[in-house]
Each structure stands twice: as C-alpha cells, then as structure tokens.
Design a protein around this ligand. Structure first.
Ligand code: SAM
Length: 189
C-alpha cells in the first residue's frame, strides 16, 4: 500500500497531466514518509532498473529499493549540492511537497511555504534538463507575483491544480510547470 494520503494526489495529477515517464531522473523534496517516492518509483520503472530517484526530508524514510535518500534540511546551504552529487546529472522532474509544520498563524505559514517554494524553484532551474517539469505545493491563491512570473518565463506551461485527494477545506494547491526552457547559458539554447 501507499505510505501516505499524499500518494493519491500525485497519482491523480500524473494520470491527468502525464509528467512521469519510464526512465526519468527525479528529485523529490520533502519526501517523507515516502508516498510520492513509491508512486514515482513505480511509474518510472525504478524496479526494472530504469531512471533514478533522489529524495530529501527532515524526517527519516523507510528505505525504498533503488531510491537514494538524504535525511536533512533542504534549506541548509549544502543541501542542493548534496542532492546534485547524488543525482550525478540533470533531472527530468523536480517534485516538492515540502510543508513546514503549520504554526496556526496564517501569514507565517504562508510565508514559510512560499519561501520553500522559492528555494525549490531555484533548485529546479539549476538541475532540470530542457523540457523538464516542476511540481510544487503552494497555498491557496497559488503562486503569485514574482514566483509566477519566474515560472512563466522559464517553462512552456504553468498551471495550478487542486487534486480531489486534497481536502476541500485545506488551502493547499499545487503548481505544475512543464517544459523547462533551459538555462540561458545552456549551449542548446
Ligand atoms: N509527498 C510526501 C509523501 O507522499 O509521503 C509527503 C510530504 S509531507 C506533506 C511534507 C514534508 O516536508 C514533511 O515530511 C516535512 O518533514 C518536509 N519538510 C518540511 N520542511 C522541510 C525542509 N526544510 N527540508 C526538508 N524537508 C522538509
């Protein structure tokens, strides 16, 4: 079975928008307890030796065959480089379901999740291969202002998704940016 209710959200998003494909290289930010890792592993064919998955979380994750995992803080200075070293190349998909423990103070919670999303976007722009995808948890209202402008500049399509598996009363929402245009310095650009 799936380790988290969150697994059903990724299944639903992927069934509809087809971001996961056999052989892809994936980074999963905020991966514990590992539901998304399980779904991604299945859909990229990791058990058949296809693709690669690297995850990070503050919390431990019970091992999943073939998945490389770092227990640590993604906001730590050395976290992006540690992930890149494990990945050993570009990523096709960057997933982030990161959420800080809710403090119950709406504005603070909102600022924290936007900060995590900004760091995730920055990381995605550094590691994604051209054509790659970025899926990230954000809050109601979605990505706004600079965050949205950055995504629209760097990806062919950007949309917000509220999966059915996400409780109606929760203010969480996902942003899916598909078709990374590549870094300006990339020779193929
Ligand atoms: N997608 C996961 C699954 O399917 O099992 C569920 C992820 S859960 C909603 C959010 C996770 O983000 C938590 O496990 C939390 O520890 C992690 N998280 C929050 N802040 C983080 C940070 N700074 N670095 C790493 N992980 C973080």
């Amino acid at each position: 079975g799936w380790r988290s209710r969150a697994a059903f959200k990724l299944i639903e998003i992927d069934d509809k928008l087809k971001l996961l494909k056999p052989g892809q290289r994936i980074v999963d930010l905020g991966a514990a307890p590992g539901g998304w890792l399980q779904v991604a592993a299945k859909r990229i064919g990791l058990e058949r030796g296809l693709g690669k998955i690297v995850g990070i979380d503050l919390l431990a994750v019970d091992p999943i065959a073939g998945v490389e995992f770092i227990q640590g803080d993604f906001t730590a200075d050395d976290a992006p480089d540690r992930l890149k070293a494990l990945l050993g190349g570009e990523a096709d998909v960057v997933l982030s379901d990161m959420a800080a423990n809710a403090m119950g103070h709406k504005q603070t919670d909102h600022m924290k999740i936007i900060y995590l999303a900004e760091l995730a976007i920055h990381f995605a722009r550094e590691v994604l291969a051209p054509g790659g995808h970025f899926l990230c948890k954000v809050l109601q209202g979605g990505t706004e202002g600079q965050l949205l402008a950055d995504l629209k500049r760097d990806f062919a399509t950007v949309k917000h998704i509220k999966p059915q598996a996400s409780r109606a009363d929760s203010s969480e929402l996902y942003v899916l940016a598909m078709g990374f245009r590549g870094r300006p310095a990339d020779p193929q650009e």
